[in-house]
Design a protein around this ligand. Structure first.
Ligand code: NAP
Length: 309
């Protein structure tokens, strides 16, 4: 068991985590962050961020995460690119296990964010990584001059479809109804792109494959159950995300979907455990709002630590 007891341990990176790290480091709390094996969170998979104030030309997601990390480290944030395996919030100081090693901390800020949801259609498991992906930024370049599908009707789907036109010869965007959650500007950018065809009232019933990987899909019209076949060699699922809270093993109160519930400001149901970013946020889910919540959580943790004296 580690003898040292930290003031703050931040679990997860991304805009919420790095901002919490920046603020708590500047408050001289000597924070320790477990950034995860894939540090930086979902923005590491985002091409261009055009709506974060202060970047008139936009900025790449990974570039922004590297800069946020550098800024926080400059003020003393200690970062380990490791995953937290489990926690024990029933005792104080709190206990956290990382690669079998135990760490202890007076307070914890959870910023683990969310991960992509898969469709779960027939044949999907077999084709993951062989044509079906949830990340156009990561895998788009494999589909040069090929026909690909994008599934979803939100900003992620519009962004993925537009990005994929850099490589693919044709992008067919499938949405299960004719109303889009996507912001108007992103929807219209996709709609007006000559390489993108948007088809509404279409869901994927099953995936088709041949010896070289994905070859198409059977689509269904949810209004009448009619089906048709479409050919494609790539497919990108962009139907939303689910919060990463499994490692908490129910020790912090969440809603039915697993999103952490805030009790007082950013404090969770456990006194001294705070949460920020997409792991709590069912509504805004933006880089700027996550960063703002990271700041709030760090200030809340600092005030809470002061009150303990
Ligand atoms: P989202 O807004 O929740 O949209 C998910 C989409 O997937 C919806 O159109 C939904 O259809 C569809 N869907 C869900 N389950 C499905 C299923 N089983 N089968 C078929 N379709 C399904 O998620 P998101 O697009 O990932 O966006 C999440 C948040 O991130 C939003 O706040 C968004 O603004 C933000 N974001 C911003 C940017 C940006 O500004 N650059 C980029 C990406 C994301 P229904 O509408 O029928 O439910």
């Amino acid at each position: 068991m580690a003898d040292e007891v930290r003031n703050v341990i931040i679990i997860g990176s991304g805009p919420a985590g790095y901002t919490a790290g920046l603020y708590s480091a500047r408050a001289l709390l000597e924070p320790l962050m477990f950034a995860g094996y894939m540090s930086g969170g979902q923005l590491m998979l985002t091409s261009d961020i055009e709506n974060f104030p202060g970047y008139p030309e936009g900025i790449g997601g990974p570039e922004m995460m590297i800069q946020l990390r550098e800024q926080a480290e400059k003020f003393g944030l200690e970062v380990q690119d490791k995953n937290v395996e489990r926690v024990d919030f029933s005792t104080k100081p709190f206990r956290i296990w990382v690669e079998g090693e135990e760490f202890r901390s007076k307070s914890v800020i959870i910023c683990t964010g969310a991960e992509s949801i898969w469709l779960g259609a027939e044949g999907e498991e077999e084709q993951k990584g062989r044509g079906i992906s949830t990340c156009a930024t990561c895998d788009g370049a494999f589909f040069r001059e090929q026909e690909v599908l994008v599934i979803g009707g939100g900003d992620s789907a519009m962004e993925e479809a537009t990005f994929l036109t850099r490589f693919a010869s044709k992008v067919t965007l499938l949405h299960r109804r004719d109303v889009f959650r996507a912001s108007k500007v992103m929807y219209e950018r996709a709609l007006n792109n000559p390489k993108i065809e948007i088809r509404t009232f279409r869901t994927v019933k099953s995936w088709l494959s041949d010896e070289s990987g994905l070859s198409g899909a059977i689509l269904e019209d949810p209004r009448d159950g009619s089906t048709e076949e479409i050919s494609c060699t790539g497919a990108f699922i962009a139907i939303g995300h689910k919060p990463i809270t499994n490692f908490l093993d129910g020790q912090v109160q969440t809603d039915d979907s697993g999103y952490i519930l805030a009790k007082i400001h950013t404090m969770t149901s456990v006194d001294g455990v705070f949460a920020a970013g997409d792991v709590v946020d069912t509504r805004y889910r933006q880089a700027i709002t996550a960063a703002g919540m990271g700041c709030q959580a760090a200030i809340d943790a600092e005030k809470w630590l002061e009150e303990q004296h």
